[in-house]
Design a binder for this molecule. Sequence first.
Ligand code: TEU
Ligand code: CA
Length: 531
Amino acid sequence: MYQVYPRSFQDSNGDGIGDLTGIIQRLDYLKKLGISAIWLSPVYRSPNDDNGYDISDYEQIMAEFGTMADMEQLIHEAQQREIKIIMDLVVNHTSDEHPWFIESRSSKDNPYRDFYVWRKGLDGEKPNDLESTFLGSAWQFDEPTGEYYLHLFSQKQPDLNWENPDVRNAIYNMMNFWIDKGIGGFRMDVIDLVGKIPDQKITGNGPKLHDYLQEMNAKTFGGKDLLTVGETWGATPEIAKLYSDPKRNELSMVFQFEHVSLDEQPGKSKWDLRPLQIAELKKVFSKWQTELDDQGWNSLFWNNHDLPRIVSRWGNDSTYRIQSAKMLAILLHMLKGTPYIYQGEEIGMTNRVIQDITEVEDIESKNMYIDRISKGYTKTEILASINAKGRDNARTPMQWDNTENAGFTTGKPWLAVQDNYHEINVANALADKNSIFYTYQKLIELRKNYPLIIWGSFELLTNTPETVFAYYRHYQGETWLIVCNFSNQEQPFSLEKTTTKTIIANTEKEYFDLSDRILEPYEAFVVCLAR
Ligand code: TEU
Ligand code: CA
């Protein structure tokens, strides 16, 4: 799966904003990479308070992105290249500009009143102290009817009331509208929140969550050849099985986020930084690789539109950019599960560095800045957090070539293109047979050809230096060994075994005899062991 963030992928008409025609123009590039499906971040009508994750009409295309005819053409052109389009389903909330909400807020007896979560205040106070992910109270007082509505994200993202069957049916009808257009499935935004019981301050994993998903499955995609993936921040392996055990008829798989939370201080927020411990990363991956058994299915990812660029985060974006980006790719793609690549990851795009809050577009970072200034943090501290974790890191325009604005637009990009586009761009990557791009291409091809990568069981090697992440995949009597040096230092590695072939590596070395080796910084290789 390849994630496209439409706003930043390819602009076709010079307004500085990526669009559907731009994506169509780049389908051949994606075909060359070898992907099977595109997860398209939201393209629906939206006032863009949260870049399209605030939807005002689920059955219309955002004017800046194009028209419904463009969307149908994208689905069709993708189909011709055997690429499916996975739509982003954002149904925990709508925009406050959605007609349902406009009706809902207009009077207490409006038929749409119960489409959202309204509560009376307690003696002029908020119903309770639930907080929004984007900071501040999750309750917003609304003048016309004198009640509060719930918004777990921004004030412009009121939460839908899933307890109301009319809401659920309206959503299922909308999903079927898209299924009928020939899409390949849905990525479900914060789906673990829809069973919330706000009065008890239960948000994630509410009691009715799985009933709702089973109902959704039965009324929409169930029994059809469609892929569904839930965004579930609160999933443990046990919970992931509830969603993705085929017998339960819910989703194909989930995104879990345990690994991407390892560089934050426990119990605090994503902005409270601490260095990654490789030992913990090994532990978390091993847990997810072994505990789902055959009852659940994993998604594998380093990046998305909410996360910083992995090469800057846990690799090395200076001296060892290419080496470390390939190592991270190899480590992830040899695991069991469905891999997701986020646009630009395949060419090793990096985080951007900002000097001032005025450079920030993302609502999450902006709100955090205001909040932390009021709490007495220094600007330097806050900018360090934004540079490390801010969502704009992943949202700078795709770097296509060496021409002005990296070939993303002929106009003024909505978010500045990174200066390093002269070196890091698709055209350079395609011209260099040793580029990161071709490592990704080969990994995708391998996954299509070797059932071992899909089905093999996982076993961690424990007797390695802490920064060497090594594991086996076993399948039908065959064993592959994956060895990744997760550091900018040489590391020893030794195994009294020989190999029959090298599957992939980020060096030109021979890997016949595995005893007493010295791994280079970020070296990674995959071999088939002799029996
Ligand atoms: O993200 C869910 C979510 O909880 C994020 O806000 C997350 O906490 C944060 O971004 C981590 O950096 C989904 C979408 O992926 C995100 O883009 C949306 O802003 C959010 O839902 C609301 O729709
Ligand atoms: Ca455009």
